[in-house]
Structures are given as C-alpha cells and as structure tokens.
Design a protein around this ligand. Sequence first.
Ligand SMILES: NC(=O)C1=CN([C@@H]2O[C@H](COP(=O)(O)OP(=O)(O)OC[C@H]3O[C@@H](n4cnc5c(N)ncnc54)[C@H](O)[C@@H]3O)[C@@H](O)[C@H]2O)C=CC1
Ligand SMILES: O=C(O)[C@@H]1CCC=N1
Length: 280
Amino acid sequence: MSDHSTLSFDTRIGFLGAGSIVEAMLAGILKNELIAPERIFVANRSDRTRLRRLAETFGVNACEDKAALVEQSDILILAMKPKDAPDACRSLRGLVRPEQLVISVVAGVSTACISDWLGTNGPIVRTMPNTSSAVGLSVTGLSANRSVSEEQLRAATALFEAIGSVHIVPEDELDIITGLSGSGPAYIYYLAEAMEGAGAEAGLSREMARQLTVQTLLGAAQMLLHSSDEPALLRKKVTSPGGTTQAGLEVLDSYRFQQAVASAVLRAAERARELGAQYR
Ligand SMILES: NC(=O)C1=CN([C@@H]2O[C@H](COP(=O)(O)OP(=O)(O)OC[C@H]3O[C@@H](n4cnc5c(N)ncnc54)[C@H](O)[C@@H]3O)[C@@H](O)[C@H]2O)C=CC1
Ligand SMILES: O=C(O)[C@@H]1CCC=N1
C-alpha cells in the first residue's frame, strides 16, 4: 500500500461515516467502475443494519473496526456530521499514518481543525460535493492543505471528477460553495415539490405532474448549460408581454422569490461558518 499512489481501480478507500452523502458517492464511484468495490471500506458509529445494507447494495466492505479501516485505506474519507467530527477525529489519533491522505466532506470544518484533532500535520483535502454524486453530476469544491502532494491532489481531484465536476478553490470559498451547490439540490427539490403539487392539485395525475416538472427542470438546466444566453435572457425569451409567464413571475415577485433564494444560499453559507466556528 502506498500513501502516494495515484488513484486507480486498486486504490483502497475508507469512508468513516455511512450516511446520505457516502451512499451517493458510492453509487457514483461504483457506477463509473472507478474503484473495485472490494477495495472500499465503510464504517459508521454504531448502525450495523445500515452498514450491512450498504455492503449488500454496493458490494463494499462493512467495517466495524475503525483501526482496521484506517490501516487498510490508502485514502480516508471523513463523512460524519460536523458535531461528530471532533470526537471521530480524536479517536483516530495515532492511527492515521503521517503521509496518509485524509479527505473531508464535512461542512464548515477547517483543515486546520481536522489536523489538530487528528494530531498530525499530514495531508488533508477538504471538499464540498453534493448528493447528485449518485448520478455522476455532483459539483465539488476542493481545497488542499500544504501537506498535500501534487500526486495526492490529482488523486483527490480524480475521485471527485468521477462523480461530477471539480473546482479547486481557496479554503475560505468552501462555505459559500456549501450554501450554493452543497445544499443546492434541496432548493431544487423544494421547487419540484411545489410545481408537482400545483399540477396535481389542478387535476393532473401525480405521475404526469412529476414528469412535466422533471422534464422542465432538466430542459431548463440543459439550456443553461448549452446556451450562450444569460439566465435572465433565457427567462425573458419564455415571457411574452402580458402572457402567462409574466402573470406567474409577478406572483413569484410578490413573494420576493429571488431575494428568498439568494438569502437561503447566504444563510446556508453562514450556517456552514457557524458549524465550523464552534471549534476554532
Ligand atoms: N447530505 C449531503 O447532501 C451532504 C453532506 N455533506 C457533509 O457530509 C457529512 C455527512 O452528512 P450526511 O451523510 O448527510 O449525514 P448522515 O447523518 O446521513 O450520516 C452521518 C454518518 O456519520 C456517522 N458517524 C457519526 N459519528 C461517527 C463517528 N464518531 N465515527 C464514525 N462514524 C460516525 C453516522 O453513523 C452516519 O453514518 C456532513 O458533515 C455534511 O456536512 C457534504 C455534502 C453534501
Ligand atoms: O445540510 C447540510 O448541513 C449538508 C451540507 C451540504 C448539504 N448537506
């Protein structure tokens, strides 16, 4: 086992934490055949049923012994809630090897805090992916501390590129990235719930309302991706003066829709800072 190895099908990855984001990452990594499932180890605090289910679904190894998980991994991924991160990291003191790459997906918590809790000056990459990892469409903000070698940075980048796109950023940009794209899928699902619900309430079947909503979101996302027009211009092209869209947008404006969404992104970013600041 080499702590400097570039990412390959044989790289051993250990996930400490086995919740929503890890399930999404596993789905994306394994669909892509990036890493062999038998080279992936997953541990959580105490929920064996959950570990067994992940092992059955993905063919990965459920690991009840944290020391074994760390020892067997080339790359260790920290994926517990911020409040659980201090104890989880402290419990790894003396287990993480000096050159072992540690990747955190924990919101708000700095690489400096993680180093401190682990009691090492070793390589730590802090990231913020999202749950669209499951379908290979995450977007991940990624930042490395000074101990991360170029090879390790390439390995971490390759891991997250396999489940979406990656932006390498200064660490202080990760909180706003958390508010925008880490939490972002939830805002879109919230919008989808409302659109689908309105269609169903007005008489469409649930299934038809869902299909219309999903295809509309997908089409608009593809337009945003492929058109050279700004979002505001794309919106104007839908909006006939005095027509239906204008009537709908006026209602959204009366609820200050844009301010609400912008405030949500900024508040989520602030919450990421609050979660991290408790430990500074
Ligand atoms: N859910 C999401 O969309 C995203 C979550 N994140 C971050 O990922 C982390 C995990 O989030 P979720 O998966 O949503 O949470 P979750 O609550 O679904 O899972 C947390 C996992 O951590 C485990 N855990 C807690 N303490 C532990 C310990 N001491 N040792 C080992 N495992 C321990 C729990 O048993 C559980 O398996 C959070 O820090 C969150 O900020 C990052 C990006 C997106
Ligand atoms: O809600 C949370 O705190 C995590 C971080 C980004 C998405 N979920």
